[in-house]
Design a protein around this ligand. Structure first.
Ligand code: BGC
Length: 254
């Protein structure tokens, strides 16, 4: 085993289009390697994704712990849903899968938004670890993480909450903005409707909004009319990888 000066873990973020990984310094949340990205295999079955994860581990010559995110509900280390990834993940024992491909390793698997929320609470805006925080990622879907003073309540799946006639993510993900070619103003009105519903149900202290579109937060966050403050995520596309690495180091295995 290599001796390292600071605690480190490899974080791997599995998405519908890409699988991204980097070795993370767990004291700072910074990457100690470059970020390595490959295309998600098609079909994105558990065996095909696990084989690519093995390639990423090999790319870094990494022999330490590995944290992995999936766009799925993960309960007792079994995938219970599969959004934007092959449906054969549902019912997959992810601990068994990854221990078989990475024998003898410490491995933890968790939902992608939960990972990003954990990372934001630890290394992002100080308000991310104060009170009840709803952390959201806007991308192909809407991911959510509930945090209470920085601790995670996993698998909240707020993107699938019915808001009016439709699931939240079917009306206000950033993929919907792209598909319908909505202006920021029109899309922000949809996001507002969703956040007002979350606010009504959960009365959070703070909302934090992440995902690629949070890079352009100045174009839409000021248009929101919630009573709850809305902060842009600070870790941006680093969050999933960092949270995956934190989960394995802290043995957070939902
Ligand atoms: C999935 C969540 C995931 C989110 C973001 C949703 O469609 O159900 O598990 O966190 O997309 O990827």
């Amino acid at each position: 085993m290599t001796v390292r000066e600071t605690p480190q873990a490899l974080g791997i973020d599995v998405g519908g289009s890409g699988i991204k990984g980097a070795v993370v310094d767990l004291t700072t949340g910074e990457f100690v390697t470059e970020r390595h990205k490959i295309d998600t295999p098609r079909p994105s079955t558990p065996e095909a994704v696990a084989a690519e994860i093995l390639n990423i581990v090999g790319h870094f010559g990494w022999d330490g712990p590995v944290g992995i995110t999936l766009p799925s509900v993960i309960k007792d280390q079994v995938a219970r849903s599969a959004a934007n990834i092959d449906k054969s993940w549902v019912g997959t024992d992810v601990a068994e899968l990854f221990h078989r491909h990475l024998p003898g390793r410490e491995v933890a698997v968790l939902n992608d938004a939960d990972a990003a929320g954990l990372a934001e609470a630890q290394f992002g805006h100080p308000d991310a670890r104060v009170g009840t925080v709803i952390f959201l990622t806007f991308g192909t879907g809407i991911g959510s993480a509930f945090l209470l003073d920085g601790d995670l309540f996993p698998n909240t799946e707020l993107g699938h909450l019915m808001v009016g006639e439709q699931e939240a993510e079917h009306q206000a993900s950033s993929a919907v903005k792209d598909r319908l070619e909505l202006s920021y103003r029109k899309w922000a009105a949809r996001v507002n409707t969703v956040l007002v519903e979350y606010e009504r149900l959960f009365s959070p202290t703070t909302f934090i909004v992440g995902g690629g579109i949070s890079r352009k937060h100045e174009k839409w966050v000021p248009l929101l009319e919630t009573q709850t403050p809305v902060l842009p995520a600070e870790l941006r596309n680093r969050a999933g990888i960092v949270g995956a690495a934190m989960a394995v180091a802290e043995r957070i295995t939902p």
